[in-house]
Write a protein that binds this ligand. Sequence first.
Ligand code: FMN
Length: 338
Amino acid sequence: MKNASGPPIGPGAPWLAPLAGFSDLPFRLLCRENGAAAACTEMISAKGLLRDFKKAASAGPHGASAELLRTVPEDAPLVVQLFGAEPDCIAAAAREAMGRGFVFFDVNMGCSVPKVIKTGAGAALLRDPDKAVAVGRALFRTAGEGRAGCKLRLGPDAGSSAYADLARRLEDEGAAWLTLHPRHARQGFAGSADCAALEKLARSVSIPVLASGDLFSAEEAVKRLETGVRGVMFARGALADPGIFRRYLDLLAGRVPEAYTGAAGAAFLLRHARLARALSAERAGRSGIPCALLKMRGIAPRYLRAFPGVGRFRAALAHCAGWDELNALTREFFPDSV
Ligand SMILES: Cc1cc2nc3c(=O)[nH]c(=O)nc-3n(C[C@H](O)[C@H](O)[C@H](O)COP(=O)(O)O)c2cc1C
């Protein structure tokens, strides 16, 4: 770790990536139990957060952005990822969050969802490096030394290497770390991660670089360290297998990682469901079914997709209206696993 006041960064400290719609409190805890050393929130609109804090101050309902900050003491170290295009707004949102106990922050400079881009935030900042630097500077100064970083893509379009110059400027402004998902914004998830760009970035800045992109197995993550990055960040790999952190740490330590089995998948599912039931807001959807359970119904088959019976399991889940029923179904379909 470069700075004692920062989050853990190093080969032995794998991070859970920010994952909109997925890196919520229950999933973060599940990943931490399985070896994640730090975790990021889903990206949160700085503007939305300020609006929600204001509403809460006037005793109104908490909004969707503030809801994304739901946490518990075991959910640390936690990196709050903000998106926004206005330096003042980013700084104000971070300040308010710091007043509520949040310490580490990250700016999203890679999201290419139209809703985010059209506000000038996310990957749109790669088109406007001066603005990106101003946003970064505002956050780094507010959060304090060692406490905030940025997550970048290569650039807005194919052929662009906007990240290279931007990264050096962000370092000069006080970024404590940089994460690179080495694809262009327009590329989405097509093609493959550009490892040469990671190598170039790791060589050109002296702050730690975290590798993101195509880390679907422990082996790929260990290999990615050869680019010279300081650490790795699991995203889709963790969604499919929250045990990927442990497998990666085992491999790094020279131990043979356990294979991913049906038993492990069912155990992840049951544990995730238990955390979601205990920690999610008790809101019901239009059907009267808790929103957290509806979300869990979508997530559940993911852990078991490689195992026989998952198609029928998915179909049965569509009618599952209660948490106990979800548990019973899992045990019924995968009796040898739990
Ligand atoms: C469903 C989903 C949601 C994501 N949400 C965010 C986000 O909120 N903020 C962000 O910086 N990146 C987000 N990403 C990008 C990931 O953090 C990561 O950089 C990307 O998936 C590449 O890593 P991978 O190929 O190992 O999955 C998201 C990716 C996915 C698949």
